[in-house]
Design a protein around this ligand. Structure first.
Ligand code: NAD
Length: 372
């Protein structure tokens, strides 16, 4: 069928020894960037996304068009559709799955809790099931956990072995559950699984629901922004991590994931790897500093309201130790928040066709950016 032909074409690597990767959440922020980077180095990529309306679906469609222009097909499908996943694995022998589809965002969980269970727990199981039972040979799975699993932990910087039993949001709880589910699938089916704990990823083509993005919009529109301060008066801090650094980490994790040792029969042939890595920037920055950088780039002051952090799922700070990712696949975050936000604002004003008087981004020459 035409559908199968399209999947096979997109899944076929264009270099010797290239990977063939199924990317879920490929029309999402991190998924689109990773898909382009994989295609750019000659790997085969098939994307999948349900284009839900958690944030502006037209932004997801724009990413899909960009991917299509580079030869990457992104199918409209839900990860909970097990029959479709089975057809996909039958159509193309994927060597890897990069599972990024999820319901993201910590605060929205208070409004739509079941959405998190559906995508981050049931959906994760659906992907692991298909990879473990319906693909032959089994692909290695790399999936997105989150720095939020560290929850209310305060012994920073966070290392992978630190405790993760105090999630501060349902979102964090579903990611923590995902790590337990990964353990079970690895143990029973010998599925090779690598979990990546991302730390506040930002950049061009980013997520409009995240603070840096919504603050940029509010600053341009002259609308007030709300900043949170911890109960002890300290500014909230985040280990903001630039998208290109995260992409390098994802590709590094895929390259070292290898194939798993299990087979379609479900028999375990030997120990398959089960790993988890932090992908952060290793330098937490006060959110107030992030706003000051945006003000400078946009040439406009923010109207700030500072309130004590409510119990809405946010944590006071995040801070990654990335020594394990550095050791195993040479992960080294290289982008300062100033440089990364400049790339974001350049994209932002272009994408929304904003003419901003006094913006030193529009006045000056734009900086060189190799990726999307
Ligand atoms: P995103 O929302 O832009 O991307 C996720 C994509 O998955 C979206 O395009 C969405 O339409 C799709 N999706 C959601 N549920 C689906 C389903 N049931 N079936 C098919 N598609 C579905 O988010 P992102 O920032 O690119 O995040 C990617 C992954 O990284 C997510 O798992 C997220 O939880 C995790 N993560 C992100 C960050 C960050 O700062 N961006 C931090 C920690 C973890």
């Amino acid at each position: 069928a035409a559908w199968e032909r399209e999947v096979r074409r997109s899944a076929t690597p264009r270099r010797d020894g290239g990977l063939s990767v199924l990317v879920t959440g490929a029309a999402g922020f991190v998924g689109a960037h990773c898909s382009l980077a994989l295609r750019g180095r000659g790997d085969g990529v098939v994307g999948l996304d349900n284009f839900n309306a958690y944030y502006d679906p037209s932004l997801k469609r724009a990413r899909q068009r960009l991917l299509a222009s580079r030869g990457v097909a992104v199918l409209d499908a839900d990860i909970n559709d097990g029959a479709l996943l089975e057809r996909l694995f039958a159509a193309a022998p994927f060597t890897h799955v990069l599972h990024l589809a999820a319901q993201a965002g910590v605060r929205y969980a208070m409004r739509a809790p079941q959405t998190y269970v559906a995508s981050n727990v049931a959906g994760l199981v659906s992907v692991f099931e298909a990879a473990a039972k319906h693909a032959d040979p089994q692909p290695a799975v790399v999936w997105a956990s989150s720095s939020s699993v560290y929850g209310l932990n305060t012994d920073a910087p966070f290392s992978e072995e630190h405790r993760t039993d105090r999630p501060a949001s349902l979102y964090a709880a579903t990611k923590k559950a995902g790590e337990a589910i990964a353990h079970a699938y690895n143990h029973i089916y010998g599925l090779s699984i690598t979990g990546l704990r991302f730390f506040t990823v930002y950049g061009p083509w980013g997520r409009p629901d995240m603070a840096y993005f919504s603050f940029a919009r509010s600053i341009v529109a002259g609308e007030p922004i709300t900043l949170f301060r911890a109960a002890d008066g300290a500014d909230a801090r985040r280990d903001f991590t630039y998208i290109d650094d995260v992409v390098k980490g994802c590709l590094g994790a895929l390259d070292t994931a290898g194939r798993s040792t299990g087979s379609k029969s479900g028999k375990k042939r030997g120990p398959a790897p089960l790993r988890v890595y932090n992908l952060g920037n290793t330098s937490p920055v006060p959110v107030t500093r992030m706003v000051a950088i945006l003000e400078k780039l946009l040439g406009k002051k923010a109207h700030k309201r500072v309130v004590t952090m409510p119990s809405n799922g946010d944590v006071p700070f995040t801070h990654a130790n990335v020594s394990h990712a550095a050791r195993d696949f040479g992960y080294r975050p290289a982008t300062s928040l100033e440089a990364g936000l400049r790339h974001f604002v350049e994209w932002f004003v272009q994408y929304y066709k904003l003419g901003i008087k006094g913006s030193n981004v529009l006045a000056g020459k734009t900086t060189k950016r190799k990726s999307m």
